[in-house]
Design a protein around this ligand. Structure first.
Ligand SMILES: NC(=O)c1ccc[n+]([C@@H]2O[C@H](COP(=O)([O-])OP(=O)(O)OC[C@H]3O[C@@H](n4cnc5c(N)ncnc54)[C@H](OP(=O)(O)O)[C@@H]3O)[C@@H](O)[C@H]2O)c1
Length: 268
């Protein structure tokens, strides 16, 4: 059985002191899961913040993601060992294939099998995928089995609800992790969310995060500000009613923020 913590701190775009401060603040206000990636260039900063925090490794859930240049069987495991060194740990809890990157020269079965090997070696407790569409998720399942795939981490916000893909993942028993649940801040200006927020005396960010949590998704919002990190975490205490949920459901607009050419699949 896979286990993905429902709330974590993202670290995309944060490097150096900004990354160290954000992770330190996140751990300090109660986060116990941190999401990083080889390409973010901040694994060493994340590792430093964690080791200085005094939080026990066993109490933390650390996720990293393999970058496309490391998908070959000969590179994946060595690159994860390098990540572990930067993160100052001997295992991560979850390792994801960052993007399917069709046509980058390494076939999907090769990198999925190499990822499964990393798990068998004890370098990562769980493995998963990110930015995979339905067809590529099927191929990943065919390569390693659906019980091996803990999550598909995908862009998902009130503006991009991914109905088909999430229904498929649910049917397969693969957890959904929503990234950019706040659409990098865009949904924070939404008037419908603002109305729901004022009804509950909550922030708009809390409403968007509570919506995703109530649909059963894990979230990993990032912030450079301690007060935003702290208030976002309180989304766990907010319960939206059926009317709120249906108002938010109606905000769907296929509002995708991230689709890098060469990395992204044909979206469902
Ligand atoms: N798998 C992938 O391909 C992929 C792609 C993108 C992201 N991710 C992961 O998902 C995480 C989340 O995505 P993200 O960081 O890009 O976007 P996000 O969490 O949707 O939004 C972050 C932005 O929202 C602001 N913000 C956060 N809380 C706020 C609040 N309470 N009030 C006002 N503003 C608030 C932050 O600004 P302040 O700093 O000013 O608070 C920041 O500009 C990333 O950090 C990364 O770990 C994964």
């Amino acid at each position: 059985m896979s286990h993905i913590p429902s709330f974590g701190a993202g670290t995309f775009r944060l490097t150096g002191q900004a990354a160290i401060d954000s992770v330190r603040n996140a751990l300090d206000v109660g986060y116990r899961a941190v999401d990083t990636a080889q390409i973010y260039g901040n694994e060493a900063d994340v590792g430093q913040a964690i080791s200085e925090s005094g939080v026990k490794r066993a109490d933390l859930f650390l996720t990293t993601k393999i970058w496309t240049e490391n998908y070959a069987r000969t590179r994946l495991v060595p690159s994860l060992r390098e990540s572990l060194e930067r993160l100052r740990t001997d295992y991560v809890d979850l390792t994801l294939i960052h993007w399917p990157a069709p046509g980058n020269g390494v076939e999907l079965p090769e990198y999925m099998e190499a990822l499964a090997e990393a798990k068998a070696l004890g370098l990562t407790r769980q493995i998963g995928i990110s930015n995979f569409n339905i067809e590529l998720t099927r191929q990943a399942i065919a390569a390693v089995g659906k019980n091996e795939i803990a999550t598909n981490q995908i862009e998902l916000s009130p503006y991009l609800q991914n109905h088909e893909l999430t229904a498929f993942l649910k049917q397969q028993g693969i957890a959904v992790t929503s990234y950019m649940t706040l659409a990098y801040g865009k949904v924070l200006k939404d008037p419908v969310l603002a109305k729901v927020a004022s009804k509950h005396q909550a922030t708009v960010a809390q409403v968007a995060l509570a919506w995703a949590l109530q649909l059963g998704y894990a979230v990993i919002p990032s912030s450079t500000k301690r007060e935003n990190l702290a208030s976002n975490l309180l989304a766990r205490d907010l319960t939206l009613d059926a009317e709120d949920m249906s108002l938010i459901a109606a905000l769907e607009r296929n509002g995708r923020e991230v689709s890098p050419p060469g990395l992204a699949p044909a979206w469902d």
